[in-house]
Design a protein around this ligand. Structure first.
Ligand SMILES: [Zn+2]
Length: 430
């Protein structure tokens, strides 16, 4: 099932041709119409005419969150204000928000991308989508709303909260799909269980689109089993229109990133160089179609990797993995970039390992991973302990290419923090 089959299955060569044409155009427009970009280009010694192939992308300067904040509110607009029809903002945890503008064509293009995503997962005209994201300055709900209307589904603009009402809306209007954050969906599933609502018997739900928060494959499986539905990952960010940047197809093996609209790079956050295909790095995106506000080489700070190979659904746009963390969390040991999420993924895949762990950095070539293990494993058998320890060391080395020290601890040894746990203790900078 395709929304725009021709472009979704376009060959690599014509796709790259299209990307190059669009890149040249967007670079010219940014240089001509956005003084902040002209300054950046001059500083980097690059002119629009220097971009003659996609490989020249690396000559262009990055755009950062700070650039967006410094140019708030109108500094990065490439169009006269009377052509702008919509504003969204993204509130960071600190400082000024980032303002993103849309022309009428931008609104329509963002909706087209959502339509591709929904149809790709089996949504049809007769579906009913309950949109449980926040309506307002946040892009999550409105962009999805317009895209779903384009497909022709009935959209219920529920917004989040009021769980009782969410459930009765689902029952009354026979909701078949929901767009929601993973944490709220888990809560919703919990409430249903308490109210003795059996989702497969009492509801018409078939699929859920999850975005805006990171969550694990285990959580997906848990939700799919408890509600009897298909759960699809969605990736987007306000700076790139909001949802619809990348989305899973029915294969659920990574998210197709719409490469005719966004140029995709995965870089080493430290050096800015491209990572080899398949390796984890920071996602960098360039808008190829946006009129109101082109953004060139945007450092998303989100960590992902390109999934090598073709997808059996027939779409040729490359896939990225679920977001595994933030570039800001990265640390370096023996010259190797390491992300705490890599360690976590390995630890959680080892039988007998409990939830709590800590990474201690003591020198530039040594790291220690302290990990709590389950009570029944901590049985006093030295052999068991040594086996488990060497298993963890081997798996970590395979993932991060550095051999860590591993210490096994009894459950309850490490401090339990409320909220975001402090996983990395860097004694080198203290
Ligand atoms: Zn696919």
């Amino acid at each position: 099932m395709f929304w725009q089959k021709e472009i979704e299955t376009i060959g690599r060569e014509p796709l790259e041709q299209l990307q190059l044409e669009r890149l040249k155009q967007i670079v010219r427009r940014a240089y001509k119409n956005v003084p902040a970009y002209a300054d950046k280009f001059i500083e980097s010694g690059v002119k629009p005419k220097d971009i003659t192939s996609l490989a020249d992308l690396g000559k262009l300067p990055f755009t950062t969150r700070e650039d967006l904040r410094e140019n708030y509110p109108f500094g990065l607009l490439a169009m006269p204000k009377e052509q702008i029809v919509r504003l969204h903002t993204s509130s960071g945890t600190t400082g000024k928000p980032k303002a993103i503008f849309f022309t009428r064509k931008d609104v329509d293009q963002a909706a087209e991308l959502i339509a591709r995503c929904l149809v790709m997962t089996g949504t049809k005209k007769d579906d009913v989508l309950q949109n449980i994201m926040t309506y307002g300055l946040f892009t999550g709900a409105l962009v999805m709303h317009y895209g779903a209307e384009k497909v022709g589904v009935l959209v219920i603009p529920a917004g989040p909260g009021n769980t009782e009402r969410q459930i009765s809306l689902m029952q009354d209007f026979k909701t078949t799909a929901i767009h929601v954050t993973p944490s709220y969906l888990l809560y919703l599933a919990n409430v249903m269980q308490k109210k003795r609502i059996n989702p497969t018997r009492d509801l018409s739900l078939k699929r859920a689109y999850l975005g805006a928060e990171p969550y694990s494959e285990e959580t997906r499986k848990k939700i799919e089993e408890s509600l009897g539905i298909d759960v699809y990952n969605s990736y987007g960010l306000t700076e790139m229109n909001g949802p619809g940047v990348a989305f899973e197809c029915k294969e659920k093996k990574g998210m197709h990133l719409w490469e005719d609209n966004f140029l995709l790079e995965v870089i080493d956050p430290e050096t800015g160089q491209n990572m080899p295909e398949g390796e984890v790095g920071e996602l960098v995106l360039t808008t190829l179609c946006r009129e109101a506000m082109p953004i060139i080489r945007y450092r998303t700070r989100d960590l992902t990797r390109i999934i090598p190979g073709a997808c059996s659904c027939g779409r040729t746009h490359r896939r990225i993995s679920r977001i595994i963390g933030r570039a800001d969390d990265m640390f370096i040991v023996r010259g190797v970039n390491i992300f705490p999420q890599q360690i976590e993924r390995v630890l959680m895949g080892v039988r007998g390992v409990a939830q709590n762990y800590q990474i201690i950095l003591e020198s530039y070539d040594q790291m220690t991973v302290m990990v709590e293990i389950m009570k029944d494993i901590f049985d006093g058998s030295l052999e068991h302990m040594l086996n488990l320890k060497s298993d963890i060391v081997n798996k970590l080395r395979a993932e991060i290419l550095v051999t860590p020290k591993v210490e096994l601890l009894e459950p309850g040894t490490l401090p339990v923090s409320e909220g975001k746990a402090k996983r990395v203790i860097d004694k080198r900078t203290l």
